[in-house]
Ligand binder design. Sequence first.
Ligand code: COA
Length: 200
Amino acid sequence: MHRLEKAHIKPISAMLARTFKDDQAEIFPDPQERRVKAPYVHELFLCYSFPHIEGYITSPRLEGVAVWRRSNINIGVSWQRIIKSGTSHLALKIGLRALKKIMFFDQYMDLKRKELASDKHWYLNMLAVDPRYQGKGYASKLLNAMLLKIDKENLPCYLETSGEKNVSIYMHFGFQLISEYTIPGVKDRFIAMQREPKRR
Ligand SMILES: CC(C)(COP(=O)(O)OP(=O)(O)OC[C@H]1O[C@@H](n2cnc3c(N)ncnc32)[C@H](O)[C@@H]1OP(=O)(O)O)[C@@H](O)C(=O)NCCC(=O)NCCS
């Protein structure tokens, strides 16, 4: 495992757009617009949250990425943060209408996290393996190393996901389903999961 560095952000954003290619349908209903703009959404998120996250990649070939942050760090998307972090150029590329939706979804999930997760926790903000490399153990590599560290801190971790397969994979790592919810305007159901620390 290697730490995610600033130089990785652009190629990782392209990989994330390939991996989550249907996930931004509510933000960009037009598939052509989605294809062009989805990488900017990932790039904006990674650039402005970079100082506050703990990001890992599998190797410089960028097969997969995991992004974590501590629960006490609030990095909700806001105009102020976009301007301060120098990501306004990406915000302009994404467009005002889409950004407003992103901010709404982000705030909604943040409120749910505050309601559902233990007070102090690690939040798995993102886990993705490039479709070309899935099923080869890269997610295990990313998760196991960080879970070991989190267990040593004796802290729970929290995530949101969707789809039966993801739930089953996360259960394999000791996460339990704690709630399901929908976000107004979003088709998919979100599944909130938490993993209690293991004694090692
Ligand atoms: C979910 C995702 C990250 C998994 O990555 P991956 O590299 O293909 O996963 P791995 O090959 O490392 O498998 C992870 C572990 O889950 C296990 N596993 C795989 N499929 C499983 C299933 N259906 N049920 C239970 N466990 C499963 C594997 O055996 C492996 O465990 P092991 O190392 O102890 O044998 C990847 O498929 C992905 O990026 N999907 C699209 C984006 C996404 O949905 N991200 C997560 C949503 S938040």
